[in-house]
Design a protein around this ligand. Structure first.
Ligand SMILES: O=c1ccn([C@@H]2O[C@H](COP(=O)(O)OP(=O)(O)O[C@H]3OC[C@@H](O)[C@H](O)[C@H]3O)[C@@H](O)[C@H]2O)c(=O)[nH]1
Length: 383
């Protein structure tokens, strides 16, 4: 493909996400119909790239990319990355993998296959085509960290036989594969360690804390805090995150870079913020803490600042407001959305292939939203 200067194509294009200095490319996004993938595709399309979106729809949705269907520079394919993919591209964003603990533990073996076989497949593709590959890794490679904030040089504290290991060890293996393909076969790789991300388009049944709090609040029900709520996370608005991925892909640095918002909050503080935005009268409900839940998490982003010139721009208050507004408008458009069941803990499945195409909590029901089957029990109630 001839490289040309990026042109604006989107009805929603803005200076915020325009990258006129980056030449356009043929880009594959695995997991492109997912939460982060679809926001990244918006920026890639706004900047004039040819985009192939590959998704198995396990934790993605066609709706997320519907506005690009029919665009001459956009192609959508149902594809599971555990199978090889033959396309000709210049860049590959490898995002395919369920990211919510509820979803990735639902079929742990499938999650491992996605991270290991899926990454091998896209590395093979990158090797054959000479494409640059960006792996979406995670802050979970640091496990329950003993170093705070987390610097890229920290090797982590992961329970390799725990319920989270399908994801955190899977991503650690994916990082190792990328580095070895780089050292052995000179594949051009980038590694983004993505910290907690939130924003519009999160599923109602996503199961992560921001969406759980917002959905419960919109239902007028109490907000479920696991543990004492003093554990911390640092929440990055999804558009900031997607912009960081684009800058990382187009820089020269090879090796992991943390992409996340360095402002740390307790989960209790997050609950207070959601309550203040939706309904200050809501109660808070304390539930059992899931095993191996990291106690503190905050990215050290000096590398991202220096190498990419990147840092988040959207404060949690502003980002939460946009996210609440998005959930409200989707709930208004289809009130059933608020009654989509989610599970707070994954139910194990015996046969790893049996549930491959089934997201863990996609059926709608009337009324029994909340802990769901097998969810943590309530140990204390009251605001
Ligand atoms: O309803 C809830 C959900 C979650 N929580 C708590 O809120 C904190 C954050 O939980 P989430 O499920 O949102 O996300 P986690 O931080 O556990 O994992 C995330 O880490 C970073 C990313 O790579 C992934 O998106 C995801 O694995 C945890 O301490 C969790 O126990 C609640 O208190 N209530």
């Amino acid at each position: 493909m001839t490289e040309s200067t990026a042109t604006s194509l989107s009805p929603t294009d803005s200076d915020y996400n325009s990258f006129p200095q980056i030449p356009t490319k043929r880009v594959l996004v695995t997991g492109g119909a997912g939460f982060i993938g679809s926001h990244l595709i918006d920026i890639l399309m706004q900047n004039g790239n040819d985009v192939i979106c590959a998704d198995s729809y396990f934790s993605g949705s066609k709706e997320n990319v519907a506005k690009w269907i029919g665009h001459p520079k956009f192609e959508l394919m149902r594809h599971d990355v555990t199978q090889p993919l033959l396309v000709e591209v210049d860049q590959i964003y490898h995002l395919a993998c369920p990211a919510s603990p509820v979803h990735y533990q639902h079929n742990a073996i499938k999650t491992l296959k996605t991270n290991v076989l899926g990454t091998l497949n896209v590395l093979g593709l990158a090797k054959r085509t000479g494409a640059r590959l960006l792996l979406s890794s995670t802050s979970e490679v640091y496990g329950d960290p003993e170093v705070h904030p987390q610097v890229e040089e920290y090797n982590g504290n992961v329970n390799c036989v725990g319920r989270r290991s399908c994801y955190d060890e899977g991503k650690r293996c994916a990082e190792a594969l990328c580095m070895d393909y780089h050292r052995q076969h000179h594949v051009d790789i980038r590694i983004a360690r993505i910290f907690n991300t939130y924003g519009p388009r999160m599923f109602f049944h996503d199961g992560r804390v921001v969406s759980n709090f917002i959905v419960q609040a919109l239902r007028g029900e109490s907000l479920p805090i696991y543990g004492d709520g003093l554990q911390t996370r640092s929440f990055c608005y999804v558009e900031d995150l997607a912009r960081g991925l684009l800058l990382l892909m187009n820089c020269d640095y090879i090796g992991p870079i943390n992409i996340g918002n360095p402002v740390e909050f307790t989960i209790k503080e997050l609950a207070e913020k959601v309550r203040a935005k939706v309904n200050p009268k809501l109660k808070i409900e304390y539930r059992q803490m899931p095993k191996d839940d990291p106690k503190r998490r905050q990215p050290e982003i000096t590398k991202a600042r220096k190498i990419l010139g990147w840092e988040p721009r959207v404060h949690l208050d502003e980002g939460l407001q946009r996210t609440v507004d998005d959930f409200k408008s989707r709930a208004q458009a289809n009130p059933k959305n608020l009654f989509i069941m989610h599970q707070t803990e994954a139910k194990p499945v015996d046969d790893d292939d049996e549930a491959e195409q089934q997201p863990p909590a996609s059926k709608t029901m009337d009324g029994s939203y909340g802990a769901g089957e097998g969810g943590p029990s309530v140990v204390e109630a009251g605001a």
